[in-house]
Ligand binder design. Structure first.
Ligand SMILES: [Zn+2]
Length: 249
């Protein structure tokens, strides 16, 4: 099912307005050269993130494949279905971030990190790409999304009022930013989720988000995986869940 192809030209036109926020690799300062006294072979490999390790990677509230719960219900308009799901993803993610936000400070997360060599940048008013502390970045994203959800012209709730032609590009943009919030939480705050024993809840929310995003073409593979020189940490989680049959291969 192609959500975007249904909308044809309006999508092409409106997508040109969207700000491009390509993942920008951080500088190489995080790479620590091995000490000359230690033979190369003894240098410890980069530790695998806990979210990729058993039993955490399998922890879930929902068992089985997510395909069935993302399918468009009969008689439901596709725009309505996308709108209501985005509304739910946003609210659930906001609640999770609210719980761990005291650990996401300007000191702990100086950038919007999402991988060992990846921090997302924000495009400011001068169209410059800048690094922001993760808490500021996420605050901007969540405020921007909340305002869109509250805007009757972007997300109409009254019967008889149509969704605007720009709706597909708007939701795709929102979706990509929500993915970045997930990516930061997994990368930088998974330990805190474990302390709260929230990993089954968070994994299920994220797997649902990924399944929905792929089904309705709201997410592209490059958004999920990043580029080889600066991979997104959760790209490996996506691959793992596909291998486990949780998500469509
Ligand atoms: Zn953080």
């Amino acid at each position: 099912m192609s959500f975007f192809n249904n909308l044809g030209r309006s999508m092409t036109r409106s997508s040109q307005r969207g700000a491009k926020r390509s993942p920008t690799p951080t500088s190489a300062t995080s790479e620590v050269p091995p000490s000359p006294s230690i033979p190369q072979a003894q240098v410890a490999p980069v530790q695998k993130p806990l979210y990729l390790c058993s039993p955490f990677v399998e922890a879930a509230l929902v068992k089985g494949n997510f395909k069935t719960i993302v399918m468009l219900p009969k008689y439901v308009d596709i725009m309505e279905w996308v709108a209501v799901n985005i509304f739910d993803f946003y609210n659930h993610l906001n609640e999770f971030y609210g719980v761990i936000s005291e650990c996401c400070t300007q000191q702990s997360c100086k950038t919007m990190s999402a991988g060992t060599n990846l921090s997302y940048t924000w495009i400011n008013q001068d169209r410059k790409s800048v690094h922001l502390p993760a808490s500021t970045y996420i605050d901007y994203v969540m405020t921007w999304i909340q305002n869109l959800l509250d805007d009757e012209n972007s997300f109409p709730t009254r019967s008889g009022q149509d969704f605007p032609p720009s709706f597909p590009s708007t939701v795709k943009h929102m979706y990509r930013q929500l993915l970045r919030v997930f990516a930061h939480i997994y990368h930088a705050h998974f330990n805190q989720l474990l302390h709260l024993r929230s990993e089954p809840h968070f994994n299920s929310l994220f797997a649902h988000f990924l399944a929905f995003g792929r089904e309705y073409e709201l997410l592209e593979v490059k958004d999920i995986k990043g580029v080889p020189t600066a991979p997104v940490g959760i790209g490996a989680l996506w691959e793992k869940w596909k291998g486990m049959g949780l998500l469509e291969a």
